[in-house]
Design a protein around this ligand. Structure first.
Ligand code: WTA
Length: 646
C-alpha cells in the first residue's frame, strides 16, 4: 500500500510553538518525569493557592483513584476572564454569528466578565451555591458560555444538555443530576426553523419535581408560557443584580461539570470533570495542538452540548485569551457557502470541525468554497470520528489550498481534551491518521485477551497512565466508572476504540469496538435506541447496529420484532422513526428499520450483533459461523428480507 505523507512545511515549522525535536523532548520528559512536567505546565493557569501534590493516580482495583494537583485552589472563570482584563480587556472574546446571517455580536473580555458576574449573581439569587447542579438547555448563543462560566465562578456544577434532545432525555438528565435550576431560552434557531426549548423544558419538568427555578433567556421573542413562582426572565433579573461577583476559590478536585454521554449499556452516564486538571488539559492542548498565537481567531463548530464545545469553544480558548467564534447555525443554511462566508467575515485563522460536515460540503462541489477567499485560514482541525482519506484530501486541498496542516484530533468526552493528534509544526501528516500521542499520553494496543501488541499492529486502544484531563467518576455511580473503563483490561483505561499502529508509530483509530455508534460525530448507545423502540406498544424486541453511511459516517440500522398480530408496513416504519425522535431526539432517528420475525441469538439468548452488523452492511458473504445459533434459519430470513429492501 503506497502511503501519502504530507511533511511539515518549513514556514509552518519555524512559526510553530514546537518542532519535531521539541515534541520528542517534551513527550519524553512527560513520560519520564510526569511530576516535573506537570508541575511546570500547570502554571500556565493561575492558582489562588498553589498545589504541592501533582499526581495521585492508580488504575488498579486495590488503590484505584485519579487526582491531580489536589491541594491547589483556583477558579476557572477567573482564569478565563479576570486574568485577561488588564492586557486584553478590549479584545473580543466571543464572536457570535447567528443562524440568520444578518445577526451577530462581538463580546469583549471586559463585557463577558460583566455578563458572567451578573449571571453568577442571578444564579445565587435563585439559591444556587457551591456544589449545586445547574442544567443548561440553551441554543448556541452567548448566554450558553456566560452561564457555564457563571457556574464555575460560584462553584456550581453545570450540566449542559444539547438543545436537540427531547423532553424525555432532558428529564432523565435533570433527574440523574438532581439539578435545582434550569437555564433555557424561549426558542432556538436552526436553519431558519425554531426549536421549542422552553416548551420542552415545561414538558420535562412535569417529571422533575426537584427543579425550583427556571431562568429564561429571550432569544427569538416567540410566545411561551411562564409559570408563576418558578419561571423567571433573564432580562427581568439582570437589572437588579450587581455586576461584580468575587470568584469562589475551588479545590482542584472539586467538580466542574457533568456531561452525559452514551455508553454500550444502560442509560447515558454523567461524566464528571473536575476543576484543576480539566482546565490545565484544555488549556495546554489548545495551545499546542492548535498552535494558538495571540490575536488569532479560532472557530470550533461544535455545539456546546458536546464535550468539544466545552473544551474547545469555551474553556481552552478563553483560558488562552483567544477570540472564539460561536455559530448558532448549520453548514448548509442559507446555502452551502455558509462556513466559508463566516471564515471570511471574521478572518478565521483556525477552523475545527467534524468529518460529517466536511463530507456533506464536499458533496456539493468546490464552487461553494472557491467563491470565498479563505486567505485567513492557517490551520484546520477534525474531530469526532475517523476522517476518511478522501474527505481529508478535500479539506486539505480545496478548503485549505494545500497551505494549512490538518490536525486530526482523537479524544472522548471521558478524556476531557485531545489525546492523540499531530502538532502542526512537529508532525508529518498522514491522511486518516490521528498520528501521535500528546504529552503525558501512553497508548497501548492490546488484543482481545489483553496481551500487549508491539510494533506495527492492530487491536484495542488502552491508556496505561492517567492525564490531568481525565474524567474522575460517573456522577452518582463511582462503581460504574471503575467497571466501565478499568475492568476489561485490568489496570488500564479502555477507550472502547479499535486502533492500528503503523511502522512509524502512527495511530489510526478504526472506530468503536463496543455497542456505541457514531452518527454524524454524535455518540449514541445502541441500547438507548433499542429501549426507545421497545417502549412502543407494538414492538416486542429490537436490536440496533451501525451501518456505513456516506455523509454521517455511521447510520442507524434497527431490527424490530413486532408483537404477535402486528404487521410491519411503511406506516408503522414512519411511526417508529417519529417515536424514536420523540423519545430521544432527531439525532437518534433510525435510517433503516427492518422488521424481523426473529433475531439471531445464541442458545443462551444473547443477540449476535456481529451477524446483524454484517447484514446491515450488506456483507452477506462473511456472516461467519451461524451454527451455534439457537435457530440458524432466522439468519436466512433476515438476509432474504434485506435483499428485498436493497
Ligand atoms: C470517536 C468527541 C477517530 C471515537 C471528542 C471516540 C474519533 C468517540 C476521533 C468519542 C478521531 C473522536 N478519529 N475517531 N479524530 N475523535 N472519535 O465522547 O470513537 O463524543 O471514542 O467525544 O468519537 O466521542 P465523544
Amino acid at each position: 500500500m503506497s502511503e501519502i505523507v504530507v511533511p511539515v512545511s518549513s514556514s509552518v515549522r519555524s512559526a510553530a510553538h514546537v518542532d519535531a525535536e521539541g515534541y520528542q523532548r517534551l513527550y519524553e520528559e512527560s513520560i519520564r518525569d510526569p511530576e516535573g512536567f506537570w508541575r511546570r505546565e500547570a502554571r500556565r493557569i493561575d492558582w489562588i493557592e498553589p498545589f504541592s501534590i501533582v499526581k495521585k493516580t492508580s488504575f488498579h482495583e486495590a488503590d484505584f483513584g485519579v487526582s491531580w494537583f489536589e491541594d491547589g485552589q483556583l477558579n476557572v472563570s477567573a482564569n478565563c476572564l479576570d486574568r485577561h482584563l488588564e492586557a486584553r480587556g478590549d479584545q473580543v472574546a466571543i464572536l457570535w454569528e447567528g443562524d440568520d446571517p444578518t445577526e451577530s455580536e462581538a463580546i469583549t473580555y471586559r463585557d463577558l466578565h460583566g455578563r458572567v458576574c451578573r449571571a453568577a449573581n442571578m444564579l445565587k439569587s435563585m439559591g444556587v451555591h457551591r456544589g449545586s447542579r445547574v442544567v443548561l438547555y440553551l441554543p448556541m448563543i452567548p448566554a450558553a458560555a456566560v452561564f457555564m462560566l457563571a457556574c464555575t465562578r460560584i462553584g456550581a456544577i453545570h450540566c449542559v444538555v444539547f438543545g436537540g434532545f427531547s423532553p424525555d432525555s432532558l428529564a432523565g438528565r435533570i433527574q440523574d443530576s438532581n439539578a435545582t435550576v434550569v437555564v433555557t431560552a424561549d426558542e432556538g434557531r436552526r436553519s431558519g426553523r425554531k426549536v421549542p426549548l422552553k416548551a420542552n423544558v415545561d414538558e420535562a419538568l412535569l417529571r422533575c419535581p426537584g427543579v425550583e427555578k427556571v431562568l429564561v433567556v429571550r432569544h427569538t421573542g416567540g410566545a411561551i408560557a411562564m409559570q408563576g413562582g418558578r419561571d423567571v426572565w433573564y432580562h427581568d433579573l439582570e437589572a437588579s443584580v450587581a455586576s461584580d461577583c468575587a470568584p469562589e476559590p475551588m479545590g482542584a478536585e472539586d467538580p466542574l461539570f457533568i456531561l452525559y454521554t452514551s455508553g454500550s449499556t444502560g442509560k447515558p452516564k454523567g461524566v464528571l470533570h473536575t476543576t484543576g486538571g480539566y482546565l490545565v488539559w484544555s488549556a495546554i492542548t489548545f495551545h499546542y495542538v492548535f498552535d494558538y498565537k495571540p490575536g488569532e481567531v479560532f472557530w470550533c463548530t461544535a455545539d456546546v452540548g458536546w464535550v468539544t464545545g466545552h473544551s474547545y469553544l469555551v474553556y481552552g480558548p478563553l483560558a488562552n485569551g483567544a477570540t472564539t467564534v460561536m455559530f448558532e447555525g448549520v453548514p448548509n443554511y442559507p446555502d452551502f457557502g455558509r462556513f466559508w462566508n463566516v471564515v471570511d467575515k471574521y478572518k478565521v485563522n483556525i477552523l475545527y470541525t467534524a468529518p460529517t460536515a466536511i463530507r456533506a460540503l464536499m458533496r456539493e462541489g468546490d464552487d461553494w468554497v472557491k467563491q470565498y477567499s479563505r486567505a485567513s485560514l492557517r490551520l484546520l482541525g477534525s474531530v469526532g470520528e475517523p476522517i476518511n482519506p478522501e474527505a481529508w484530501q478535500w479539506y486539505y486541498k480545496v478548503v485549505g489550498g494545500e497551505r494549512c496542516p490538518i490536525v486530526d484530533t482523537w479524544w472522548q468526552t471521558e478524556t476531557g481534551g485531545i489525546l492523540i493528534s499531530p502538532l502542526p509544526g512537529a508532525t508529518d501528516l498522514k491522511p486518516g491518521s490521528a498520528t501521535r500521542p500528546f504529552f503525558g499520553i501512553q497508548p497501548q494496543i492490546v488484543d482481545a485477551n489483553g496481551a500487549v501488541l508491539d510494533g506495527a499492529t492492530e487491536g484495542n486502544l488502552v491508556l496505561i497512565d492517567s492525564w490531568p484531563g481525565q474524567m474522575r467518576t460517573v456522577w452518582g455511580d463511582h462503581e460504574r466508572f471503575f467497571q466501565t473503563y478499568f475492568t476489561t483490561y485490568p489496570g488500564k483505561y479502555f477507550t472502547g476504540d479499535g486502533c492500528r499502529r503503523d511502522a512509524d508509530g502512527y495511530y489510526w483509530i478504526t472506530g468503536r469496538v463496543d455497542d456505541v455508534i457514531n452518527v454524524s460525530g454524535h455518540r449514541m448507545g445502541t441500547a438507548e435506541i433499542e429501549s426507545a423502540l421497545v417502549s412502543h406498544v407494538k414492538v416486542a424486541e429490537a436490536a440496533v447496529v451501525g451501518m456505513p453511511h456516506d455523509i454521517k459516517g455511521q447510520g442507524i440500522y434497527a431490527y424490530v420484532t413486532l408483537n404477535a398480530g402486528e404487521t410491519g408496513d411503511e406506516g408503522l416504519r414512519k411511526e417508529l422513526v417519529q417515536w424514536v425522535r420523540h423519545e430521544i431526539g432527531p439525532i437518534a432517528s433510525p435510517d433503516v428499520i427492518q422488521f424481523a420475525p426473529g433475531l439471531p441469538k445464541t442458545r443462551s439468548g444473547k443477540i449476535m450483533r456481529r451477524i446483524l452488523r454484517k447484514i446491515a452492511e450488506g456483507d452477506i458473504g462473511s456472516l461467519g459461523d451461524t451454527s451455534t445459533l439457537a435457530d440458524p434459519t432466522v439468519v436466512d430470513s433476515l438476509v432474504a428480507e434485506r435483499a428485498v429492501r436493497g
